[in-house]
Design a protein around this ligand. Structure first.
Ligand SMILES: Nc1ncnc2c1ncn2[C@@H]1O[C@H](COP(=O)(O)OP(=O)(O)OP(=O)(O)O)[C@@H](O)[C@H]1O
Ligand SMILES: [Mg+2]
Length: 516
């Protein structure tokens, strides 16, 4: 098993008992020989109290330890950088926690000071805590070594702990070879598995372990964590910069610390929000908002000019559309949760104008824009001429701004429908409104087809609105034909079209100063 130990992985490196104690407080000294250690490694938690955002897991493990109900195997899952490897090491430390005076005789999660085995465990060099990188040791031979070695009692610690990182990478044979040992390991052995992809772990393995899903860490919590670390590093970081980093990290603590590291180097002094914006390559948000407004107003000349300007200054068309989609999502969220607009990670202009859009734009328009942008981003990425593809997406978006939504079409068809059959047929049962909107038997085939096309168009999602419009166009043409029933149906359908909001009306509604 020697070869499987993770070489050089000494994140929790503590050169002396003092520095160890310091590390447990979260302010470790620089790495060996004064070499710089990145923040993510320097501030790796050494006990459960330092872990952030994983309260449910910490509570369950703490209760299990206190009640002496310790399972033989845990499996830790979650996205990158949320604390899987860290938790595995803390577990190994807790299982083997002993003080030099021998006062602690059983596993415990209360580890106020550095115990006999703690330093070696956190440095990943304890002989009884075996860390195996399952990505590079994924064969049945590697598991056989575990099966052979596990029978022998630990050398100095209380438990032999096998930590298998990226366990989903084990081969099917290796997993099968592990099953028997995992089911009934010797009393002195424990397993901790860590993986980002539980779905690749056989259920037979999962069912033998206690599973913990580590959560993405909340942006607010990340901001507080980063602020604490910046304080320890004695670096001034603006709240806006912290909020931007926390948002970009998408819940990963490691990502947030790596970004903070980079921002500190980038700013070479106090870290301002502007520095982080620049570092993250966030396009000028004000321009994205201008573009959004032009598109929603149906002002294609302004929209296309803005897109080309951004392209000329080096913006990737796909990124521009992604920013538009993000803004659409932001406005939609503000519509339902107005407090979202108070989030500091958004620029002042973004928050103010976002509120304006949320008031003016309907949820249907926003949902349709979101769908079209998602489709458009994929098209632009696949296209050999991304700028042209992005322009066409904007054209589609601007034209869709004044199309009615499916329920508007249905409502319009209902309003224009003839009196219910009950009135015309001397008290016969009335036809329900949706059915009444459908073409009736006996109508002229051309008119019927057209009306049916219109009906189907409105019944399908936002993309079908274009088809509905075409169907209604055909209905208008059919109206001109000298066929009685077909003409009546077609006239109704064409009448519905007249009720649609015009482009000018949509533009007026969208304008931020409208209604003020
Ligand atoms: N919950 C957390 N609380 C505090 N710090 C954390 C937490 N999760 C991660 N970190 C920080 O991120 C670093 C990396 O964490 P860790 O190696 O445990 O992530 P991981 O989940 O194993 O990621 P990966 O899937 O990429 O292996 C730690 O050294 C620590 O600084
Ligand atoms: Mg890991």
């Amino acid at each position: 098993m020697r070869s499987s130990r993770v070489a050089g992985e000494a994140d929790g490196a503590m050169s002396s008992a003092e520095s160890s104690a310091e590390a447990s407080k979260g302010s470790a000294a620089p790495g060996v020989g004064g070499a710089y250690r990145v923040l993510a490694r320097k501030y790796r938690p050494t006990n459960f109290g330092d872990l952030i955002g994983q309260d449910a897991m910490v509570r369950t493990i703490s209760n299990a330890f206190e009640a002496a109900r310790i399972p033989q195997a845990w499996i830790l899952t979650g996205v990158r950088g949320v604390g899987k490897t860290t938790t595995a090491r803390i577990l190994a430390r807790a299982l083997n926690y002993e003080l030099p005076d021998g006062s602690i005789g059983a596993p415990t999660v209360n580890m106020p000071s550095i115990g006999v085995h703690c330093q070696a465990i956190m440095e990943s060099r304890h002989p009884d805590v075996i860390e195996m990188d399952a990505a590079s040791h994924n064969g049945v031979e590697d598991v056989r070594q575990i099966n052979d070695a596990i029978r022998y009692a630990p050398m100095s610690a209380r438990y032999k702990v096998y930590i298998l990182d990226e366990v989903h990478m084990l081969s099917p044979q290796a997993f099968n070879a592990l099953l028997k040992t995992l089911e009934e390991p010797p009393p002195h052995a424990k397993f901790v598995f860590a993986t980002t992809e539980t779905r690749k772990v056989p259920v037979t393995v999962l069912s033998r372990c206690q599973r913990f899903d580590l959560r993405r860490v909340d942006a607010d919590l990340l901001v507080r964590h980063l602020a604490g670390i910046a304080g320890k590093e004695q670096i001034t970081v603006e709240p806006e910069a912290l909020a931007l980093i926390a948002r970009a990290a998408e819940g990963s603590v490691r990502d947030s610390l790596s970004l903070l590291d980079q921002a500190i180097a980038h700013a070479a002094g106090p870290v301002r929000g502007e520095d982080v914006r620049q570092m993250l390559g966030l396009a000028d948000r004000a321009r994205t908002i201008d573009l959004f407004e032009a598109v929603m107003r149906g002002d294609l000349a302004a929209a296309l000019t803005e897109l080309r300007d951004q392209y000329d200054t080096g913006a990737d068309p796909a990124v521009v559309l992604t920013d538009l989609a993000e803004l659409t999502h932001f406005v939609t969220r503000v519509k339902f949760v107005p407090a979202v607009a108070d989030d500091l990670s958004f620029a002042e202009a973004e928050r103010k104008r976002g509120r304006g859009f949320a008031e003016k734009l309907s949820i249907r328009v926003l949902a349709r824009a979101w769908q079209m942008l998602l489709k458009g981003i994929a098209e632009v990425e696949a296209s050999g001429r991304p700028l042209a593809a992005a322009e066409m997406v904007l054209v589609r978006l601007a034209h869709a701004a004044d199309l009615p939504s499916p329920d508007e079409v249905i409502r319009a068809l209902d309003e224009k429908a003839p009196p219910a059959r009950a009135e015309r047929n001397g008290g016969a049962p009335a036809v329900s409104p949706p059915r009444d909107a459908r073409p009736r038997r006996g109508a002229h085939p051309a008119g019927r087809r057209s009306a049916r096309a219109a009906f189907r168009g409105c019944a399908r999602g936002a993309n079908a609105c274009g088809r509905a419009a075409r169907g209604l166009d055909r209905a208008r043409r059919a109206e001109a034909r000298p066929r009685r029933q077909g003409r009546a149906r077609a006239r109704r359908a064409a009448g519905a079209l007249r009720g649609w909001p015009s482009r000018d009306r949509a533009a007026a509604e969208c304008r931020p100063d409208a209604g003020q």
